[in-house]
Ligand binder design. Structure first.
Ligand code: 2P0
Length: 317
């Protein structure tokens, strides 16, 4: 079967909050790195005779909320392209599900690309990123490979992702498994709670957006220390507003691991930095030459290493 492949991405500068829930218009411009080892494969066939979509994920038909989210996104794509046919969707997730890493970025990016392919439409990557955004905010960035900026924009047309002019093949992500249990509050709901309850949310947005230019500069210079410092600050600023809103995604183990990462940096002079999303796991940023040493210094945690990955591609399975 022919698939569209989309890789997961990890935000270095985070997206956490929507100006508009219908089109996932974010408050923050975010910047991510696409990973090369976790991805979703999706094939779509149009079924002109069907009266609803069928969605098969890893061999099982989806139902409930998961199905509805996919079907709503297909509705949005049908509306955009003025098409009527329902779809048979076949997806395979090669993501770190057991670790609780979300797959909505790669999932909705692959879904969008597969739909566009199924109807034979020709769209630019910019437009593909706008369309993927309608399914999930972080999917906007998974259309592209390498280091990617998602401009927050002011409306559907101006909120899109593009690849940054950065070449950094030595950059590595270390995905840790701190707690494999699935997170309790989805990002979608968590963002809404944060906007409603965190008093310093407006300040957070301002500070986050002020990091855009320094981060682009650090990435262009392949400066791991500047990149890492901005990444840690961005994650901690996001966590501060989450905590203000009563949302705690970390476990004590997460906090212990953060201290260990800082100690490895100061005692061993290894440039290794952390980030996290809406969950207990840390993703570490470092360079290829330090990977084995970092793994050796963190024997208590399971780690999966990823390099920098590409954007949407064709794949067979
Ligand atoms: C990000 N996260 O920038 C941030 C950091 C989690 C923390 O984007 O509602 O699955 O589908 O737009 O994209 C996770 O939220 O949320 C996310 P929706 P999404 O990667």
């Amino acid at each position: 079967m022919k698939y569209k492949r989309a890789n997961v991405n990890i935000a270095i500068l985070k997206y956490w909050g929507k100006v508009n829930n219908l089109i996932n218009l974010p408050y923050q411009t975010s910047i991510s790195v696409t990973a090369d080892n976790f991805y979703t494969l999706t094939n779509i066939e149009l079924d002109p005779k069907a009266n609803k979509d069928i969605v098969i994920l890893d061999g099982k038909a989806l139902s409930g909320i998961s199905f509805t989210r996919v079907s709503h996104h297909l509705d949005a794509l049908r509306k955009h392209f003025k098409r009527k046919e329902y779809c048979i969707v076949n997806s395979i997730n090669r993501v770190f599900i057991k670790a609780g890493y979300a797959s909505s970025a790669s999932g909705f990016a692959a879904l969008t690309a597969a739909y566009v392919d199924a109807i034979g439409a020709k769209v630019s990557k910019k437009e593909l990123s706008q369309l993927a955004r309608l399914g999930s905010g972080s999917a906007t960035r998974s259309i592209h490979g390498g280091f990617v900026i998602w401009h927050r924009g002011k409306n559907h047309e101006t909120s899109f992702a593009e690849k940054l002019p950065v070449k950094w093949p030595e950059f590595r992500m270390l995905f840790t498994i701190v707690d494999p249990s699935v997170k309790k509050i989805s990002s979608r709901v968590g963002m809404q709670i944060t906007i409603e309850k965190a008093k310093s949310y407006a300040d957070y947005v301002k500070q986050s957006n002020e990091s855009v230019e320094p981060l682009i500069e650090a990435l262009k210079n392949n400066d791991i220390d500047a990149t890492g410092r901005i990444a840690e600050r961005a994650a901690e600023l996001m966590r501060n507003v989450m905590l203000e809103a009563g949302l705690e995604y970390h476990t004590p183990t997460t906090q212990q691991l953060i201290q260990k990462v800082k100690a490895i940096r100061s005692k061993h002079k290894i440039p290794v930095y952390y980030t996290f999303d809406a969950g207990p796991n840390l993703i570490l940023f470092t360079l290829e030459e330090y990977v084995n040493e970092v793994i050796r210094l963190l024997p208590e945690v399971e780690i999966s290493v990823s390099g920098v990955g590409g954007g949407i591609t064709n794949a067979n399975s």
